[in-house]
Design a protein around this ligand. Structure first.
Ligand code: ADP
Ligand code: MG
Length: 314
């Protein structure tokens, strides 16, 4: 079962500085119910824009978004209100993630106040139960953001996102600025909650190790385009960009690191080329065909898709 079907999605930002930027470009993708779908790529490749469009926090320029078999692309604010509680965003738990004048109880109550009409006692009971699910307890109810560690704030952010029992959460760089031990705790928490609450995640991160640890499939984006969809990014990467991304992250085993070392060229201009492959200007292997024709995202085997002429010899 698919939770999302994304068809030909575009997002174009018109700004004064840069006339036309396609943050997301003709993107086709499904998100299956119950999966953790990773989304990786360099900063600026359109990951957050895609996440926000799925939650309808950004309106697509073109294309369709189907959520649970409903086309929500043109839903109005009030139509979205009815389903907004079913999808949430989990942000980084940094110091300014929350209103500094709010206690933990107020922070986690906010979504409840917008969506349910329970008594204060019932709400508090729910909040305490949620705090316990994220590894905190009721002694945190009256604390403020600055009175907690990064890990505790992260847990509060997760509690806030999950208090309405959504089906889907976008984790946008949720573990990117925290140390290794804490990262592992939060990843374990996120996967545990996914199981308990029957969630589906879009897990956005530039941390390939984290993505590899928890994701069922990984989408690799380059300049607004999907270049590869891959069940296991470490073992199966084939697109030259995915390989380069992997080589750029620290592989603990030096022999593997040497073997996987593939670099890309310096970007002259980070702009989607008029024709041909989106990665042609930085690819070390680009051939004439790569400059002439855009490679389709083609299935290599059932779950593995690659958009590269050289990975699919003609
Ligand atoms: N609100 C906006 N206005 C104009 N350009 C934007 C806006 N948001 C993002 N962009 C541009 O869209 C592209 C993708 O951004 P983003 O989705 O934030 O990438 P990522 O999350 O992968 O770092 C970038 O070029 C960025 O500058
Ligand atoms: Mg981002």
């Amino acid at each position: 079962m698919n939770l999302f079907e994304i068809k030909g999605l575009y997002k174009c930002y018109n700004t004064k500085a840069k006339p036309k930027v396609y943050a997301v470009h003709d993107l086709h993708l499904t998100v299956k119910k119950g999966e953790i779908l990773g989304l990786v790529g360099e900063s600026g490749c359109g990951k957050s824009t895609l996440g926000k469009m799925l939650l309808k926090l950004e309106q697509p320029t073109r294309g369709r978004i189907i959520f649970n078999q409903q086309d929500i692309t043109d839903y109005s604010f009030s139509q979205m209100r009815k389903i907004r509680n079913r999808m949430q965003m989990i942000f980084q738990g940094n110091a300014n993630a929350f209103n500094p004048y709010f206690t933990v109880e107020q922070i986690i109550s906010e979504p409840l106040n917008n969506y349910s009409y329970e008594t204060p006692a019932a709400k508090r009971e729910k909040i305490v139960a949620m705090l316990e699910q994220v590894g905190l307890n009721q002694t945190y109810l009256n604390r403020y953001g600055h009175e907690m560690s990064g890990g505790q704030r992260q847990r509060v952010g997760i509690a806030r996102a999950l208090i309405l029992q959504p089906e889907f959460a976008v984790c946008d760089e949720a573990v990117s600025s925290i140390d290794y031990a804490l990262k592992n705790q939060i990843l374990t928490l996120l996967t545990g909650l996914k199981q308990q609450l029957g969630l589906t995640y879009l897990f956005i991160s530039h941390d390939i190790a984290a993505v590899n640890r928890i994701c069922d499939r990984v989408v690799v984006m380059y300049l607004g385009n999907i270049v590869e969809i891959i069940p296991n990014i470490n073992d199966q990467a084939q697109h030259p960009y995915t390989k380069a991304l992997l080589a750029a992250t620290l592989v603990p085993d030096p022999r593997k690191r040497e073997k996987s070392r593939v670099l890309f060229k310096e970007a002259e201009e980070l702009k989607i080329p008029e024709k041909g492959c989106v990665f042609q200007n930085r690819c070390l292997y680009a051939q004439a065909v790569c400059k002439a024709e855009q490679p389709a995202l083609v299935s290599k085997d059932s779950e593995h898709y690659i958009a590269c002429h050289l990975c699919h010899p003609h």
